[in-house]
Design a binder for this molecule. Structure first.
Ligand code: PRP
Length: 209
């Protein structure tokens, strides 16, 4: 049996559709929206829905053999897992954004509000800019409006949230998409099962382009 952690929500549904089309269906998953664990003994798969930001924890610790996590989470937390495949889903980017009129003259320490403190720290260290990081847990876009920060580092998908709050992208840090990840020990001991599933899923990735 292969344990598979899927990110709960809209992305997770798309991800499950890929597994289903790849031949690893589990029909009961569509019948119940409160249950979190679903098994198909015939296909030897067990799916469970977890919070998207927790997928990598389940996989790293071996509670799941494989899972699907955003590249943002992998970059931020550097879990000790194998990244096997870019699913080409959940595409967005990690960006620096600020009010339109803001122009960084580089004189004062830059105040950066973000959920992604490691990504932000690494990015600014890379360009040699001194910053003061303000860790927030959501609604990051409010920070520069209320002068809590000068800029934000956050995920931009359609750009609507920025636009609605009079902010704009100043720099793109990195493109983001959903990745298939595997536990290192599982990859060793269930290698052929994981390889089979990855190869089948690969044929579905092309269809997303
Ligand atoms: C994410 C992100 C932005 C928004 C970007 O927020 O933090 O706020 O989506 O999407 P857009 O470019 O399509 O508008 P999320 O919904 O994950 O909530 P959060 O406030 O908890 O970060």
């Amino acid at each position: 049996m292969l344990n598979i952690a899927l990110p709960k929500g809209r992305l997770g549904e798309k991800v499950y559709a890929m597994f289903e089309a790849a031949g690893y269906e589990c029909p009961s998953i569509k019948e119940n929206n409160r249950k979190l664990i679903f098994e198909n003994t015939e296909k030897q798969v067990c799916y469970f829905w977890v919070k998207p930001s927790d997928v990598a924890i389940y996989v790293e610790r071996g509670a799941a053999d494989i899972g699907v996590a955003g590249k943002d989470i992998l970059l931020e937390y550097s879990p000790d897992v194998y990244e096997l495949l870019d699913l080409n889903l959940g595409k967005c980017r990690m960006a620096v954004a600020a009010p339109k009129e803001f122009d960084d003259d580089g004189e004062k320490t830059l105040k950066v509000a973000t959920k992604f403190t490691n990504i932000a720290a690494k990015y600014y260290a890379g360009i040699g800019r001194e910053i003061d990081i303000i860790k927030l847990n959501g609604s990051i876009e409010i920070a520069p409006i209320l002068k809590l920060s000068d800029v934000i580092v956050d995920i931009v998908e359609t750009g609507t949230t920025l636009k609605e709050n009079n902010l704009e992208v100043k720099n793109t840090i990195v493109p983001i998409s959903a990745r298939l990840i595997a536990n290192k020990a599982s990859f060793k001991f269930k290698g052929s099962d994981i390889e089979n599933i990855v190869n089948s899923i690969k044929t579905q990735v092309k269809n997303n382009d």
